[in-house]
Design a protein around this ligand. Structure first.
Ligand code: FES
Length: 63
């Protein structure tokens, strides 16, 4: 599924990035990595991305 229309990347790409990174992620860091360093435009995808990052961070054991 396309997550961000403005900078064209999929939810799969965002998930893959978080898994690859392993630890806790921030929305801006994931966005930047997936969009090739672009800034969000319309910001409509950010709510979904926020949820995805939250879910990912919830599975990370900190420490
Ligand atoms: S859909 Fe991601 S910034 Fe517009």
């Amino acid at each position: 599924m396309i997550l961000c229309v403005c900078n064209a990347f999929s939810d799969k790409k965002a998930k893959a990035h978080m898994q690859e990174k392993g630890g806790r992620c921030s929305v801006s860091e994931v966005y930047s990595a997936c969009s090739g360093g672009q800034s969000p435009n319309c910001c409509q995808c950010l709510e979904t991305l926020k949820d995805m990052v939250k879910t990912h961070n919830g599975t990370v054991v900190s420490g």
